[in-house]
Structure formats: C-alpha cells, structure tokens
Ligand binder design. Structure first.
Ligand code: PMP
Length: 406
C-alpha cells in the first residue's frame, strides 16, 4: 500500500475539480488590487468571499506601521513566545488587547487556530467535560482532541439541548467548559448567548466564546457578540483572530482572571511554535486603534450587509437566517453549486463555495462576506451577477428559503 493510497478518493475528487475548470478549493487570486478587488485568471473580480470585514488590509496606517516594524525589527522573530519570540511589541499588543476588552489578561498566539488549540487543549484534559456547539470551528474540535477532553456536542444554537446535557452531568457541570462562537462562519447566525449565560449562572461551568467573526463587527466598541448582548462579565475567555477584522495574521485570548497567565507555561501551542512576525504585530496594533477610533467602519459594514442581504433575498435566493456580514446563499446540489460558483467568477464576483459536510445540514452554499470597504456600486454589482445567473438557472436551483433557517 502506497503512502497516499488512503487519499485515492480525495485525489480523484480533486482531479475532477481541476479538470472541469477553476478549482473552488485553493483558488489562486492571481493579483490583489485593493481590499475588495483582484484578478482570478483572466477575470477581474470583486472580492466578496474574504473575511476582510472592516476592509483594513490596505489601511495606510497599518501598512506604514508594518513597514516600519519590518525595517526596524526584521522579517521574523525566528522563535516561539516562550523562547526568543516575545518582543516588546508582542507584550504591548497584549496590554492593548486587555485594555480594549477591559480585562486583566491577554495572550497573543501565532494564529486563531493556534489560540484555540493553545487555550482549550491546556484547560481541557481527559477529566474535563467540554460542551461544544455542534457547528464549532475545526480548531475547537482539534483542541479538544489535543487536550484529550471529553467532548459533548449540543445541537447548534439550541440552549435547551445544552441545558439537558449539563443536567445529565450532575455536579460535574460546575467544572465543565462551554464553548460557542459569536457569529458562526457558515450561516452567519449568532449564539444565543443570553440563554447560555442564564444556564451557566444556574448550573455552573466556564464559558469560552470564539469571537473570530464577530470581533470588530458587533458590540458598541467592536468587542463582539458578548458586548452586543451585555453579557461580557459571564464570559470567562474570549478567543479571537487577527486574520479577519484586524486584517493580519495571529490570534489572541483575553480572560477575566489574571490566573490565565499561567497558561503561557502550560500550553504547548504557545510554547512550541514561532510567534507572529513584527510586521504582523505592528499592523494589528494599528488596526486595533483604528477599530477603537472609527466606529463608522462598523456602520458601513452593516449598511453593506443589509444592502446585499436584501438584494439577494429580493431575487428569491435562500439566504441565511439573519442579516450578517456572512451571507450564505443556498444553491441546489454540489454540481449546481460548483457551476454557480464558477459562473459568478465569470461575472466578476468571487465568493466561497461550501460543500457538505463543511456546510451544515448537507446543503451546498455559496457564501458571501461583506466588507466595510465595499462601495454601493460593488454591492449592486454582486447582486446583479446573482440576478444574471438566476435568470439562467432552472427553477429547482432556487432552494427553499425554509431550509436555511436552522
Ligand atoms: N475560529 C473560528 C470561528 C474561525 O472561523 C477561524 C478561521 N476561519 C479560526 C478560529 C481560525 O483563525 P485563523 O485563521 O486566525 O487561524
């Protein structure tokens, strides 16, 4: 048996995608022109499938700060946070993140994936019950495997299912970790945090919220869903990434207990991987200041989200359950979804294709991500591209809107 024989079916599927045109998985964006425009092959495209929620990838202050750090501190740290990879700027960013969240402790990691691995695998060992929303990100599942935790999944966004499972744990519920996300990246829906907090108050446990998609996007000052719902005091740890609203790369955890600092000595994903480069840290520090001082970016983002959501819904497409910067559109079968995704690129619009099982409930989605940097004309051009394709498609391609509301 060859080393890669176990992947034969996957290799076959990959081959089929590649030979039938643009490959939706690992699409090469050949050129990037701005936060919202680029080129794929011969097609100039509006980028409507990135996580660049506040459009800060080309922010001039962030670029200047990154260039300065590159010149003065070099291209990389060449070491982990624990060894030689903690520079003054990493510590300064931690202080700034803690202040931004008004919490005593913050830790910077190399990516959002690593932040989840680092915090959860250290906290959740083989004696720990972790109650996970079923739609949680792969990094949260992987973190539980790394720590050897006992995973109990509850139905997506179903607080009564969480409660039932907590009750079954009896006294052990008091020590359990509950993990949910702010905005979920597939459907754009949000966790029922108020109900979850109420259960936690009654039955105990600790609450971790991954605000990867909601940081910078929700809440009065952009701290995320917990801030928007006024339940921050009940959230023990907020996890986040620098790769979405903060437009760079890296991840973080902020906690309401200074004792979280000890995880720097107990977390293998903190100890055994290189720290983010000085330029990444510098751009994040700049963008964090921008988020704090420019709330109008969030307003533009939501105005654009409303415009796109309303436009696609008016065309009769089955869109996600609520207006959100993540707007999934359900498109028939896997084959129809792939053809639709390719045709959108020909129409000058790049979005993400999500096939089952990555998409919940076995549906095929094209997922749009809105940015504050999109202009009205760009949003309208995206809607127009969907309109052209709708008119070309057979009626059965227009999925039933009810199917996207779970
Ligand atoms: N958590 C969630 C909910 C995510 O959606 C993602 C990335 N899509 C991550 C964590 C990982 O973040 P990063 O890309 O910084 O590794």
């Amino acid at each position: 048996m060859g080393l890669y024989d176990q992947f034969l079916r996957l290799a076959d599927e990959r081959q089929q995608f590649q030979s039938s045109g643009l490959n939706p998985f690992g699409t090469c964006i050949d050129e990037i022109y701005s936060a919202t425009t680029g080129r794929i092959g011969t097609h100039p495209v509006i980028l409507a499938g990135t996580n660049n929620y506040l459009g800060l990838t080309f922010d001039q202050d962030a670029i200047a700060a990154a260039c300065q750090a590159l010149t003065h501190e070099g291209t990389g740290t060449t070491g982990s946070r624990m060894a030689n990879g903690s520079y003054g700027a990493h510590l300064a960013l931690e202080t700034e993140l803690a202040a931004f969240f008004d919490r005593p402790s913050a830790i910077v990691f190399s990516t959002g994936y690593v932040a989840n691995l680092g915090i959860i695998s250290a906290l959740a060992n083989s004696k720990t019950n972790v109650l996970l929303d079923a739609d949680c990100h792969a990094s949260i599942y992987d973190a539980c495997v790394l720590g050897g935790a006992k995973v109990i999944r509850f139905r997506h966004n179903d607080a009564s299912d969480l409660e039932r499972r907590m009750l079954r744990l009896g006294d052990a519920a008091k020590e359990a970790l509950i993990i949910v996300e702010g905005i979920y990246s597939m459907l754009g829906d949000v966790a029922p945090l108020k109900e979850i907090v109420e259960i936690k108050r009654r039955l105990g446990g600790f609450l971790l919220v991954d605000e990867a998609h909601s940081f910078g996007v929700m809440g009065e000052t952009g701290r995320g869903l917990a801030q928007a719902l006024d339940v921050e005091e009940d959230v023990d740890i907020v996890l986040g990434t620098f790769s979405k609203s903060l437009a760079s790369i890296g991840g973080f955890a902020v906690g309401n207990d200074p004792a979280m600092e000890v995880l720097r000595y107990a977390s293998r994903p903190y100890i055994f991987t290189a720290s983010p480069s000085p330029s990444a840290i510098a751009s994040v520090r700049s963008s964090l200041r921008t988020i704090a001082s420019h709330p109008e970016l969030r307003e533009s983002l939501w105005r654009n989200a409303n415009r796109l959501y309303a436009g696609l819904a008016a065309l009769g497409f089955a869109v996600g359950p609520r207006v959100s910067p993540v707007i999934p559109v359900m498109i028939g079968s896997k084959e129809q979804g792939t053809a639709f995704w390719r045709a959108l690129i020909e129409q000058g619009v790049y979005v993400n294709l999500v096939l089952p099982p990555a998409a919940p409930s076995g549906v095929t989605l094209v997922r749009c991500s809105v940015s504050a940097a999109h202009t009205d004309e760009q949003i309208d051009a995206v809607i127009q591209a969907f309109a052209v394709l709708r008119d070309r498609q057979s009626p059965e391609l227009m999925a039933n809107p009810a199917e996207l509301t779970d």
